[in-house]
Design a binder for this molecule. Structure first.
Ligand SMILES: C[S@@+](CC[C@H](N)C(=O)[O-])C[C@H]1O[C@@H](n2cnc3c(N)ncnc32)[C@H](O)[C@@H]1O
Length: 273
Protein backbone atom coordinates (compact mmCIF):
# COMPACT_ATOMS: atom_id res chain seq x y z
CA UNK A 1 0.00 0.00 0.00
CA UNK A 2 1.34 3.44 -0.99
CA UNK A 3 1.44 6.17 1.66
CA UNK A 4 -1.54 8.52 1.52
CA UNK A 5 -0.66 12.01 0.25
CA UNK A 6 -0.01 14.44 3.12
CA UNK A 7 -2.89 16.62 1.96
CA UNK A 8 -5.32 13.91 3.09
CA UNK A 9 -5.74 14.81 6.71
CA UNK A 10 -7.84 14.46 9.82
CA UNK A 11 -10.89 12.19 9.68
CA UNK A 12 -10.40 11.50 5.96
CA UNK A 13 -6.99 10.03 6.78
CA UNK A 14 -8.43 7.99 9.63
CA UNK A 15 -11.24 6.65 7.39
CA UNK A 16 -8.68 5.43 4.83
CA UNK A 17 -6.04 4.19 7.29
CA UNK A 18 -6.84 0.51 6.95
CA UNK A 19 -7.96 0.49 3.32
CA UNK A 20 -5.33 -1.56 1.44
CA UNK A 21 -5.82 -0.02 -2.01
CA UNK A 22 -6.59 3.72 -2.13
CA UNK A 23 -6.43 5.34 -5.58
CA UNK A 24 -6.09 9.11 -5.26
CA UNK A 25 -7.36 11.22 -8.18
CA UNK A 26 -7.32 14.95 -8.73
CA UNK A 27 -10.92 16.17 -8.80
CA UNK A 28 -10.42 17.46 -12.39
CA UNK A 29 -8.99 14.16 -13.67
CA UNK A 30 -11.06 11.92 -16.01
CA UNK A 31 -12.87 10.13 -13.15
CA UNK A 32 -12.94 13.16 -10.85
CA UNK A 33 -14.40 15.51 -13.48
CA UNK A 34 -17.65 13.54 -13.59
CA UNK A 35 -18.02 13.70 -9.82
CA UNK A 36 -17.08 17.40 -9.72
CA UNK A 37 -19.65 18.14 -12.41
CA UNK A 38 -22.42 16.25 -10.60
CA UNK A 39 -21.73 18.21 -7.41
CA UNK A 40 -21.35 21.56 -9.18
CA UNK A 41 -24.71 21.13 -10.95
CA UNK A 42 -26.41 20.99 -7.54
CA UNK A 43 -24.88 24.36 -6.64
CA UNK A 44 -26.24 27.55 -8.25
CA UNK A 45 -24.70 30.15 -5.99
CA UNK A 46 -22.43 32.66 -7.70
CA UNK A 47 -23.83 31.59 -11.09
CA UNK A 48 -26.76 33.95 -10.54
CA UNK A 49 -24.53 36.90 -9.66
CA UNK A 50 -21.96 36.28 -12.44
CA UNK A 51 -24.67 36.04 -15.09
CA UNK A 52 -26.33 39.22 -13.80
CA UNK A 53 -22.95 40.95 -14.09
CA UNK A 54 -22.39 39.57 -17.60
CA UNK A 55 -25.78 40.92 -18.69
CA UNK A 56 -24.55 44.42 -17.92
CA UNK A 57 -21.64 44.05 -20.36
CA UNK A 58 -21.50 43.88 -24.14
CA UNK A 59 -19.40 42.02 -26.69
CA UNK A 60 -17.58 38.71 -26.60
CA UNK A 61 -16.73 37.19 -23.22
CA UNK A 62 -13.57 35.40 -22.18
CA UNK A 63 -14.26 32.78 -19.51
CA UNK A 64 -11.28 31.48 -17.57
CA UNK A 65 -11.31 27.94 -16.13
CA UNK A 66 -14.72 27.18 -17.61
CA UNK A 67 -14.65 23.55 -16.44
CA UNK A 68 -17.66 21.60 -17.65
CA UNK A 69 -19.38 24.83 -18.64
CA UNK A 70 -21.68 25.63 -15.75
CA UNK A 71 -21.26 29.36 -16.46
CA UNK A 72 -20.44 28.92 -20.17
CA UNK A 73 -23.83 27.52 -21.13
CA UNK A 74 -25.62 30.34 -19.32
CA UNK A 75 -23.41 32.94 -21.03
CA UNK A 76 -24.06 31.36 -24.43
CA UNK A 77 -27.78 31.31 -23.66
CA UNK A 78 -27.58 35.13 -23.35
CA UNK A 79 -26.60 35.09 -27.02
CA UNK A 80 -22.98 36.10 -26.31
CA UNK A 81 -19.85 34.87 -28.04
CA UNK A 82 -17.73 33.04 -25.50
CA UNK A 83 -14.08 31.98 -25.54
CA UNK A 84 -13.73 29.40 -22.78
CA UNK A 85 -10.35 28.19 -21.49
CA UNK A 86 -9.58 25.21 -19.27
CA UNK A 87 -6.59 22.99 -18.62
CA UNK A 88 -8.57 19.79 -18.12
CA UNK A 89 -9.55 17.86 -21.26
CA UNK A 90 -11.95 15.85 -19.09
CA UNK A 91 -13.85 18.94 -17.96
CA UNK A 92 -13.92 20.36 -21.51
CA UNK A 93 -15.08 16.94 -22.76
CA UNK A 94 -18.13 17.09 -20.48
CA UNK A 95 -18.93 20.59 -21.81
CA UNK A 96 -18.55 19.38 -25.38
CA UNK A 97 -20.79 16.33 -24.81
CA UNK A 98 -23.39 18.52 -23.13
CA UNK A 99 -23.45 20.87 -26.12
CA UNK A 100 -23.77 17.92 -28.53
CA UNK A 101 -26.57 16.28 -26.58
CA UNK A 102 -28.81 19.23 -25.82
CA UNK A 103 -27.42 22.63 -26.81
CA UNK A 104 -25.91 22.10 -30.29
CA UNK A 105 -27.30 25.45 -31.48
CA UNK A 106 -25.08 27.28 -28.95
CA UNK A 107 -21.83 25.83 -30.29
CA UNK A 108 -21.55 28.39 -33.08
CA UNK A 109 -20.78 31.10 -30.53
CA UNK A 110 -18.22 29.11 -28.53
CA UNK A 111 -14.46 28.84 -28.91
CA UNK A 112 -12.95 26.28 -26.55
CA UNK A 113 -9.26 26.45 -25.70
CA UNK A 114 -7.53 23.63 -23.83
CA UNK A 115 -4.72 25.48 -22.10
CA UNK A 116 -3.33 27.23 -19.07
CA UNK A 117 -5.23 30.40 -18.18
CA UNK A 118 -1.89 32.00 -17.24
CA UNK A 119 -0.46 31.97 -20.77
CA UNK A 120 -2.92 30.82 -23.48
CA UNK A 121 -3.07 32.69 -26.78
CA UNK A 122 -6.41 34.53 -26.87
CA UNK A 123 -5.68 35.98 -30.31
CA UNK A 124 -7.48 39.20 -29.34
CA UNK A 125 -8.37 41.48 -26.41
CA UNK A 126 -11.62 41.19 -24.45
CA UNK A 127 -13.86 43.73 -22.82
CA UNK A 128 -15.25 41.18 -20.36
CA UNK A 129 -13.33 38.40 -18.61
CA UNK A 130 -15.07 36.08 -16.17
CA UNK A 131 -13.19 33.94 -13.68
CA UNK A 132 -15.67 32.40 -11.26
CA UNK A 133 -16.09 29.64 -8.72
CA UNK A 134 -13.19 30.91 -6.56
CA UNK A 135 -10.86 29.20 -9.04
CA UNK A 136 -8.12 31.79 -8.40
CA UNK A 137 -7.65 29.81 -5.18
CA UNK A 138 -6.26 26.85 -7.14
CA UNK A 139 -3.29 28.96 -8.29
CA UNK A 140 -0.14 29.45 -6.24
CA UNK A 141 1.39 32.93 -5.99
CA UNK A 142 3.68 32.43 -9.01
CA UNK A 143 0.77 31.30 -11.19
CA UNK A 144 -1.38 34.20 -9.95
CA UNK A 145 1.39 36.63 -10.89
CA UNK A 146 1.53 35.09 -14.38
CA UNK A 147 -2.26 35.20 -14.71
CA UNK A 148 -2.56 38.85 -13.65
CA UNK A 149 0.27 39.88 -16.00
CA UNK A 150 -1.44 37.97 -18.81
CA UNK A 151 -4.78 39.64 -18.03
CA UNK A 152 -3.05 43.01 -18.27
CA UNK A 153 -2.50 42.32 -21.96
CA UNK A 154 -5.74 40.39 -22.68
CA UNK A 155 -8.11 42.94 -21.11
CA UNK A 156 -9.01 45.86 -23.38
CA UNK A 157 -8.26 49.41 -22.15
CA UNK A 158 -11.66 49.91 -20.50
CA UNK A 159 -12.40 46.19 -20.04
CA UNK A 160 -13.48 44.46 -16.85
CA UNK A 161 -12.12 41.28 -15.29
CA UNK A 162 -14.51 39.69 -12.77
CA UNK A 163 -13.00 37.19 -10.36
CA UNK A 164 -14.47 35.64 -7.25
CA UNK A 165 -12.72 34.87 -4.03
CA UNK A 166 -13.48 33.82 -0.47
CA UNK A 167 -14.02 36.39 2.27
CA UNK A 168 -12.21 35.20 5.40
CA UNK A 169 -13.13 38.17 7.59
CA UNK A 170 -16.16 37.37 9.75
CA UNK A 171 -16.05 33.66 8.79
CA UNK A 172 -15.82 31.70 12.04
CA UNK A 173 -13.83 28.92 10.31
CA UNK A 174 -11.41 31.11 8.36
CA UNK A 175 -10.91 34.41 10.19
CA UNK A 176 -8.50 33.41 12.98
CA UNK A 177 -5.69 30.85 13.16
CA UNK A 178 -6.25 28.04 15.65
CA UNK A 179 -6.61 24.28 15.74
CA UNK A 180 -7.38 22.71 12.33
CA UNK A 181 -11.11 22.63 11.56
CA UNK A 182 -12.90 19.81 9.79
CA UNK A 183 -16.29 20.08 8.12
CA UNK A 184 -18.14 17.13 6.65
CA UNK A 185 -20.91 17.12 4.11
CA UNK A 186 -22.63 14.39 2.11
CA UNK A 187 -22.76 14.82 -1.68
CA UNK A 188 -24.12 12.59 -4.44
CA UNK A 189 -22.68 11.70 -7.84
CA UNK A 190 -24.91 11.58 -10.94
CA UNK A 191 -25.86 7.95 -10.18
CA UNK A 192 -26.92 8.85 -6.63
CA UNK A 193 -23.86 7.27 -4.99
CA UNK A 194 -23.07 9.06 -1.75
CA UNK A 195 -19.65 10.57 -1.03
CA UNK A 196 -18.40 12.22 2.11
CA UNK A 197 -16.79 15.58 1.37
CA UNK A 198 -14.14 16.36 3.97
CA UNK A 199 -13.00 19.95 4.26
CA UNK A 200 -9.84 20.24 6.35
CA UNK A 201 -8.93 23.84 7.15
CA UNK A 202 -5.26 24.20 8.07
CA UNK A 203 -4.28 25.72 11.42
CA UNK A 204 -2.92 28.86 9.74
CA UNK A 205 -6.19 29.12 7.71
CA UNK A 206 -4.24 29.48 4.45
CA UNK A 207 -5.72 26.46 2.69
CA UNK A 208 -8.73 24.15 2.66
CA UNK A 209 -7.89 20.57 1.68
CA UNK A 210 -10.88 18.83 0.13
CA UNK A 211 -11.11 15.03 0.06
CA UNK A 212 -14.07 13.05 -1.28
CA UNK A 213 -14.47 9.46 -0.10
CA UNK A 214 -17.30 7.05 -0.95
CA UNK A 215 -19.72 6.74 1.99
CA UNK A 216 -19.70 2.98 1.59
CA UNK A 217 -16.29 1.30 1.46
CA UNK A 218 -16.37 -2.33 0.37
CA UNK A 219 -13.80 -4.32 2.41
CA UNK A 220 -10.90 -5.48 0.26
CA UNK A 221 -11.96 -3.50 -2.83
CA UNK A 222 -9.93 -0.57 -4.23
CA UNK A 223 -11.30 2.83 -3.21
CA UNK A 224 -11.22 5.86 -5.51
CA UNK A 225 -10.67 9.07 -3.57
CA UNK A 226 -10.72 12.60 -5.02
CA UNK A 227 -8.78 15.62 -3.80
CA UNK A 228 -8.22 19.29 -4.41
CA UNK A 229 -6.72 22.14 -2.40
CA UNK A 230 -8.34 25.56 -2.20
CA UNK A 231 -6.25 28.48 -0.94
CA UNK A 232 -7.87 31.13 1.21
CA UNK A 233 -7.12 34.36 -0.68
CA UNK A 234 -8.84 37.32 0.98
CA UNK A 235 -9.84 40.24 -1.29
CA UNK A 236 -7.18 42.55 0.25
CA UNK A 237 -4.40 40.12 -0.67
CA UNK A 238 -5.65 39.85 -4.26
CA UNK A 239 -6.01 43.64 -4.49
CA UNK A 240 -2.34 44.00 -3.59
CA UNK A 241 -1.29 41.32 -6.09
CA UNK A 242 -3.42 42.90 -8.83
CA UNK A 243 -1.93 46.34 -8.11
CA UNK A 244 1.56 44.89 -8.44
CA UNK A 245 0.51 43.91 -11.97
CA UNK A 246 -1.01 47.30 -12.81
CA UNK A 247 -4.62 46.25 -12.38
CA UNK A 248 -7.01 47.66 -9.81
CA UNK A 249 -10.23 46.61 -8.10
CA UNK A 250 -12.91 49.06 -9.17
CA UNK A 251 -15.76 47.68 -7.07
CA UNK A 252 -16.87 44.49 -5.36
CA UNK A 253 -20.09 42.52 -5.83
CA UNK A 254 -21.46 40.42 -2.96
CA UNK A 255 -22.52 36.82 -3.60
CA UNK A 256 -25.41 35.28 -1.71
CA UNK A 257 -24.11 31.98 -0.34
CA UNK A 258 -26.21 29.32 1.38
CA UNK A 259 -25.97 28.74 5.17
CA UNK A 260 -22.80 26.72 5.74
CA UNK A 261 -20.89 27.90 2.65
CA UNK A 262 -17.98 30.34 2.98
CA UNK A 263 -18.75 33.91 1.97
CA UNK A 264 -17.72 34.89 -1.56
CA UNK A 265 -17.22 38.24 -3.25
CA UNK A 266 -16.71 39.07 -6.93
CA UNK A 267 -13.94 41.61 -7.57
CA UNK A 268 -14.45 43.85 -10.59
CA UNK A 269 -10.99 44.63 -11.92
CA UNK A 270 -9.78 46.99 -14.63
CA UNK A 271 -6.78 48.98 -15.79
CA UNK A 272 -6.12 52.03 -13.60
CA UNK A 273 -7.80 55.20 -14.95
C1 LIG B 1 -13.54 25.04 -9.42
S1 LIG B 1 -13.53 24.43 -11.09
C2 LIG B 1 -14.58 25.64 -11.84
C3 LIG B 1 -15.20 25.17 -13.11
C4 LIG B 1 -16.36 26.03 -13.61
N1 LIG B 1 -15.98 27.42 -13.78
C5 LIG B 1 -17.55 25.92 -12.68
O1 LIG B 1 -17.99 26.95 -12.18
O2 LIG B 1 -18.05 24.82 -12.49
C6 LIG B 1 -11.92 24.85 -11.53
C7 LIG B 1 -11.51 24.62 -12.98
O3 LIG B 1 -10.25 25.26 -13.16
C8 LIG B 1 -9.47 24.51 -14.07
N2 LIG B 1 -8.09 24.94 -13.89
C9 LIG B 1 -7.33 24.88 -12.78
N3 LIG B 1 -6.12 25.44 -13.01
C10 LIG B 1 -6.12 25.87 -14.30
C11 LIG B 1 -5.17 26.54 -15.13
N4 LIG B 1 -3.97 26.88 -14.67
N5 LIG B 1 -5.52 26.81 -16.40
C12 LIG B 1 -6.74 26.45 -16.89
N6 LIG B 1 -7.68 25.85 -16.14
C13 LIG B 1 -7.38 25.55 -14.87
C14 LIG B 1 -9.78 23.07 -13.68
O4 LIG B 1 -9.45 22.20 -14.73
C15 LIG B 1 -11.29 23.17 -13.39
O5 LIG B 1 -12.03 22.87 -14.52
Amino acid sequence: MEALPEAINGRARVALKNVPDVIVHDIYSPLGAKLYDAIALQDAHELREMIAIARETTGPILELACGAGRFTLALLALGRQVTAVDLSPSMLGILSDRLDSSHAHLRVNLTMIEGDICDFDAGRRFNTVIFGCVTVSLLDSTARGRLFRHMGSVLSADGRFFLSTTVAEGDTDLATPGAPIENLQQVLDSAGTAYRLHEYIAADRSIRAITLIPEVITPGAPVDVFTTAVRVLPPDQLMTELQANELEVIRTHPVKTPGAAHEIVILEVGHPA
